[in-house]
Design a protein around this ligand. Sequence first.
Ligand SMILES: [Zn+2]
Length: 445
Amino acid sequence: MSEILIRNAARVVTMDAGRTEVEEGDVLIRGGVIAAVGPGLATRGTVVEAKGCVVTPGLVNTHHHLYQTLTRAVPGGQDALLFGWLKTLYPIWARFGPEEMRVSALAGLAELALSGCTMTSDHLYLYPNGARLEDTIDAAREIGLRFHPTRGAMSIGTSAGGLPPDSLVEPEAGILKDMERVVDAFHDPAEGAMVRVGLAPCSPFSVSRDLMREAALLARDKGVMLHTHLAENDEDIAYSLAQFGCRPGQYAEDLGWTGADVWHAHCVKLDGSEIDLFARTGTGVAHCPCSNCRLGSGIAPVRAMRDAGVEVALGVDGSASNDAGNLIAEARTAMLLQRVARGADAMSAREALEIATLGGARVLGRSDCGALEPGKRADIAVWDMSGIEAAGARDPVAALLLCGPTRVRDLFVEGRPVVRGGQIVTLDLPRVIETQNRLARRLMA
Ligand SMILES: [Zn+2]
């Protein structure tokens, strides 16, 4: 079996149970799996010199709308709150088709890969003009990232009192049928899976109570995970109280949307009892600090969640509400934002890195990923700390978050190189950028 040895790293951050960090460390990859971690390892296979580098588990992104990379910095949506922002963008998204879905996913995945991400979820909740979930799965296979796409959906259009235009919603029977189709066709429950499918009605304000409940039943029947947006901002809470007569946590619990197989994006406005509910049930959270800042949604109570035992992971969220898809930058923002709310000791660089790696793997139910230990999948990020960003830094691990860089030097997924020397090796990136810009111009014309 082929071997790759990443050798002589300034520090290997394992994220094992003892949070071991190995100085002058090596990581040996055999096939798609980590064979050994420690100093003084040898191989007859390929050697990757990592002098001056920090080696970490690959970062894990748990909330994204890859298609939105085609609609960044759109005038009219730049300074709007969540609901106004959505209303600006819906008509543009209604012009998407399969090519837009595939190319925007490719661009979004490339951006993530360059920022150290080896595994990402995606939340695709609109399927205009023949677009399908597999348009994004094709893109993930092409670049080589581990992918957890979710079959999202919207079913309540403007005419029924919902937020999205009627042209972007689907009938609920058709949604459930397609959810079943994509799980059967693409979900791989095996260890080391490159694709796992989840079910993800868009949000409580764009689907019915029935669809939420039916999706939960279907997910449990198929053994797949559930994902949606929850408690994102004050408008969201007000909507829940007015429409459902309860807070979002209660709504989720009533419909079967709590448990270790569920993760919710944002959760900025969870109150104490909702945090307890999430901790008690093992329900995960995708914290999206940049999006929360960008849309002025608030600061998620991540410190309180972590202290209560809630599994917290990171999400860059859609690139239209961030408008970047840089995951290591997201980890830095997560760390800084808790400090804004709770003081300089509210979150350390190492805790932010843990949330970005191990936390993400846990929230996505991947006990085979998220740490550099023998037997785990070889999803690895190599960060060159010898550049100007970290010049003079004493602690290279803390420097990764406190200083930078924000681009990986090398990235391996399932033991295969995706980024080498700061360049994506699985794609013609200039061509992706060119196509992306051409499609964006056509959409905005
Ligand atoms: Zn989102």
